[in-house]
Design a protein around this ligand. Structure first.
Ligand SMILES: [Fe+2]
Ligand SMILES: [Fe+2]
Length: 301
């Protein structure tokens, strides 16, 4: 099997210094309040409905629903209470499960601990699962995030998997493809039975081609922020955005644009979002995808 591993991106010290100056200025000028108003308000935040079809879907999973969140980036522009209104955007809908695909923080795990209680406000029928993104391993703080998530009923998967209730559904989660040395999909799938369907959580979408297979209905990812500020040059400052959804054989890759930001408290052409996913039996359909995507491509800088 091809490895999903990706080279870690590293930035020059000049770029990091510029980034730091922008962020400090934006913080002093009220960046958090601005971001909450311009990107997280009821009229700005998007709830994206996404149907995922698989010809192999067991009958019991018809209509199964997932609320997918990603890239909170708790820090100077997103903190306690800033996500507390999000459950109200679901119009009373309760998903079967909650799935969160990493980047809880930008810099320090203490920021995540301020925001994670808001995640406990989401109701689900069968529980919540999460994986880590590249930012979450800073100073090994992810171990503290595991505990905080557990207190809200959310299980963290690090090259691990679990059965969802007593359904023929296996949820697997990979450690980050850039920042961990050996993400191990085989370990995450250990325990799957013949006839099970898989939902995989993997922060970085660029390893998806190596992870797709006919019994994997969907790979849920984030990381790209949809470009965050989707303008020429600026969109290329962050990770490659492969598109919102992309069909890889019979597996649908979903790329969540996330809730938070890095660097500057603004989004353009890439709204903060929650993705509401419904599984259906049927032929998988191509979603939106950009031609720039080549699964398995690595992008050292
Ligand atoms: Fe991110
Ligand atoms: Fe990321």
């Amino acid at each position: 099997m091809q490895s999903p591993k990706q080279y870690p991106r590293r930035h020059s010290s000049a770029r990091l210094a510029l980034f730091h100056i922008c962020r400090t200025l934006a913080t002093v000028m009220g960046g958090r309040a601005f971001y909450r108003w311009c990107c997280l308000g009821s009229k700005r935040l998007v709830v994206r409905d996404q149907i995922v079809c698989s010809p192999n879907l067991p009958e019991e999973l018809e209509g199964f629903t997932v609320l997918h969140l990603s890239d909170l980036h708790a820090g100077p522009f997103l903190a306690e209470g800033d996500l507390s209104h999000l459950p109200g955007r679901l119009d009373g809908r309760v998903p079967d499960i909650l799935a969160i695909t990493g980047d809880f923080i930008t810099d320090t795990h203490a920021d995540a601990l301020r925001v994670i209680p808001d995640l406990g406000l989401f109701k689900t029928r069968l529980g919540g699962w999460a994986v880590f993104g590249n930012h979450d391993y800073r100073h090994h703080g992810h171990v503290h995030i595991v505990q905080a998530l557990q207190e809200q009923g959310i299980q963290t998967l690090q090259d691990e998997g679990q059965r969802v209730g007593d359904l023929p559904l296996w949820i697997s989660g990979l450690s980050d493809l850039e920042e961990r040395p050996n993400p191990d999909p085989a370990r995450a799938r250990k325990g799957m039975r013949p006839g099970d369907m898989e939902l995989m959580l993997c922060h970085n979408p660029l390893g998806a081609k190596a992870l797709a297979h006919p019994r994997c209905a969907a790979i849920l990812s984030g990381h790209s922020h949809g470009g965050q500020i989707d303008l020429p040059w600026l969109r290329n400052l962050g990770p490659i955005h492969p598109g919102l959804s992309l069909l890889l054989g019979q597996t649908t890759l979903i790329v969540n644009r996330g809730l938070g930001v890095v660097g500057f408290p603004w989004r353009l052409g890439a709204p903060a979002e929650m993705v509401w996913i419904e599984l259906r039996r049927g032929q998988a359909l191509q979603g939106s995808a950009k031609a720039t995507y080549q699964a398995g491509t690595t992008h050292p800088e």
